[in-house]
Ligand binder design. Structure first.
Ligand code: IDP
Ligand code: MG
Length: 158
C-alpha cells in the first residue's frame, strides 16, 4: 500500500512562493553606442522594472568575442559580426529580475531589425543599413546557461 506521505510534493506550494530572480547579459552593440542609444536601452530595461546590477563601457577583444559568439563560429556572418563588434566600444550590462532573460529578449525584438515589431528596441530604433541583420543594436542572453556563461566572460569579477 502506498503511504500518503509518498504522494505529497516534497515542498508544498505556499501563497508567498515566488519565481527565482535571474540575471541576464545585455550588450548595447557598437552601433547602439555610436548612435547615442545606450541611455535609451537602459531606460527601457529600468522602465520595465528590471534592476541594473552592472554597467560598463568596454572595448571587446577578439578573444572575448570568440568565446561570446562560439555558437556561431563557421557561419557566413561570423567574421563580419566579430569585425563589427570590434568597431567601437560596447556597453555591457547585467540586468536582474524575475523572468529577465526572456523579458529582455522580448524588449529587444526579433533579430532582424527590419522585421522586429514596433515597440521593441530593434523595431523602434533599428533598421537595415545595408548589412541586413548584423547591426541590430543589442544582445540579450537566450537561456540561464548562456546568461551565466556570458556574464562570466564580460564581468569576470561579478
Ligand atoms: P540574437 O542576437 O537575436 O540572439 P543570433 O542568431 O544569436 O541572434 O545571432 C547573433 C548576432 O549575429 C545577431 O544579433 C546579429 O548581430 C548577427 N547575425 C545573425 N544572423 C545574421 C545574418 O544572417 N547576417 C548577418 N548578421 C547576423
Ligand atoms: Mg543569440
Amino acid at each position: 500500500m502506498t503511504d500518503v506521505a509518498d504522494t505529497l510534493p516534497a515542498e508544498p506550494a505556499t501563497l508567498d512562493q515566488t519565481d527565482a530572480v535571474e540575471r541576464t547579459l545585455v550588450l548595447v552593440k557598437p552601433d547602439g553606442v555610436r548612435r547615442g542609444l545606450s541611455g535609451e536601452v537602459l531606460r527601457r530595461i529600468e522602465a520595465k522594472g528590471y534592476t541594473l546590477a552592472a554597467v560598463e563601457l568596454k572595448q571587446a577583444t577578439p578573444e572575448l568575442l570568440a568565446a561570446h559568439y562560439a555558437e556561431h563560429e563557421g557561419k557566413p556572418f561570423y567574421a563580419p559580426l566579430v569585425d563589427f563588434m570590434l568597431s567601437g566600444p560596447t556597453l555591457a550590462v547585467v540586468a536582474v529580475g524575475q523572468g529577465v532573460i526572456p523579458g529582455f529578449r522580448s524588449l529587444a525584438g526579433a533579430t532582424n531589425p527590419t522585421e522586429a515589431a514596433p515597440g521593441t528596441i530593434r523595431g523602434d530604433l533599428g533598421r537595415d543599413w545595408g548589412l541586413k541583420v548584423q547591426q541590430n543594436l543589442v544582445h540579450g542572453s537566450d537561456s540561464p546557461e548562456s546568461a551565466a556563461r556570458e556574464i562570466g566572460l564580460w564581468f569576470p569579477n561579478l
